[in-house]
Each structure stands twice: as C-alpha cells, then as structure tokens.
Design a protein around this ligand. Structure first.
Ligand SMILES: Cc1cc2nc3c(=O)[nH]c(=O)nc-3n(C[C@H](O)[C@H](O)[C@H](O)COP(=O)(O)O)c2cc1C
Length: 214
C-alpha cells in the first residue's frame, strides 16, 4: 500500500449506499485499531460505542444536525466518548493491565511506575475545560488512526463533528456514566452518485503548512 496514494484518494463520504454494511471482520479490525491507538501516558481516556442497528441509529437521529442527515444513511457509526473525571479505580485498572501485560518487569524503584500518569492527569481534577481538551485530544488521535485504517481496508468514512453532543449524552446515557461524547464516525460504502467522490482534494501548499526550523 502506498501511504501517499491512500491519503490522496481517501475522502469524506457524503452519500452512502444504505444497503452495504461493513463486514463484521472489517469492523473488528477497525475497533482493534481504535483500541491500539496511542495516548498520553497510555491513559486511554476513551470509549468507542458502536451504532449498528436500525434502533440505535434511530435513537441517534435527534442529535444529528441538519447538514449531516444524509450521512445517516451509512450503516454503521462509532461514537467516541471521554471521561469527565479519572477515578482512583481507573488508575488502578490501567496499572493492573500494564502489569499483567508485562510492562513493569525489572522495575526496581519504590515509586509506583504509573506515578507520572497520576500526577499529570491529576492536574485536571478541578479544571473541566482542561480535562475535556486533554481527553478529547487523545480521542482525536484514535479518530485519525481510524480514518487512515478505514481507507486502508477499503471502507469509506465520514468524521461527524456536526452532532449535538449534549443531546447524544442524554440519549445514550453517557452523561450518567460520567462520560461525554466528542465526535463520531460514519462507516460504510459510498453511493454511486456520492457528490464528493469525484471532487478534487484541496489542501494548502506544502510551503504554507510545513517549515523546517533552523
Ligand atoms: C473534526 C472534524 C469534524 C468534521 N465534521 C464533519 C461533519 O459533521 N460532517 C461532514 O460531512 N464532514 C465533516 N468533517 C469532514 C471535513 O469536512 C473533511 O475532512 C475536510 O473537508 C477535508 O476533506 P476530505 O476528508 O474529503 O479530504 C469533519 C472533519 C473533522 C476532522
């Protein structure tokens, strides 16, 4: 696979074929890409909710802004949420997982190896805006990984920022779980007449966005 060819040809799908679902195997691959995405101090401040039934999709509709209604013909969606708070239990869960995965073999300090994570994340205890920025930055890295991975396996996608996230939080009970939704992704396959498929890609020139510092 030529990565530049992939980046040049992937695009935001505007019209989906409602009758063509992403296979279970491909969905499993994409969900695993999300799970494996990198995050600051490996804090993994996210959950990925799959919407793949007509019932769940119908529930989502009141939170969809008008200009995105057409995107709802996609067969599958993933909603990204982030936590509003990190609990002691959460830090312990991360620590136990890393230990079980063998990350701390040979650690010989008396300080717990995840101390930096706890100190760093602790900065946001009384800063909800900072917490939202920190966590959603991580979630958007996973979103970027998903965007490229979907294209790599021939699945079309649309990043959905145009949703009423507070509504979504109420509808699916994210708020009650101490989470908030920050973005979503539509997945599926382009309709034959997808308006965006033939539109040329447009980006600012290299010299406008890249600078080598001396
Ligand atoms: C954070 C974010 C939110 C976006 N929200 C929407 C959206 O709500 N609806 C939509 O059709 N496209 C949405 N897009 C797609 C962008 O408009 C698109 O990526 C951009 O115009 C570049 O086009 P391309 O992806 O086809 O290269 C979003 C993209 C990003 C990164």
């Amino acid at each position: 696979m030529d990565i530049l060819e992939l980046m040049r040809t992937r695009y935001t799908t505007k019209h989906y074929d409602p009758n063509r679902r992403v296979s279970d195997a491909d969905m499993a691959t994409l969900l695993e890409v999300l799970r494996l995405s990198p995050s600051s101090t490996n804090i993994q401040p996210w959950k990925f909710y799959v919407v793949d039934t007509p019932e769940a999709k119908e529930k989502m509709m009141p939170a969809v802004k008008d200009f995105n209604i057409e995107r709802m013909k996609a067969p599958q969606f993933i909603i990204f949420t982030v936590p509003t708070h990190f609990s002691k239990d959460y830090f312990d869960e991360l620590y136990a997982q890393e230990e079980a995965d063998g990350r701390y073999k040979g650690w010989n300090s008396t300080e717990r190896p995840d101390a930096i994570r706890q100190t760093y994340a602790g900065k946001f205890d009384n800063d909800p805006q900072g917490m939202l920025l920190y966590t959603s930055n991580q979630a958007f890295i996973a979103l970027g990984c998903l965007t490229v991975a979907a294209a790599a396996i021939g699945v079309d996608s649309t990043i959905l920022g145009g949703l009423e996230f507070e509504k979504l939080d109420e509808i699916f009970g994210f708020k009650a779980k101490g989470e908030r939704s920050v973005v979503a992704m539509a997945l599926g396959y382009r309709a034959e007449n997808d308006s965006n498929a033939k539109r040329p890609k447009s980006r600012l020139p290299r010299e406008r966005v890249i600078e080598f510092l001396k």
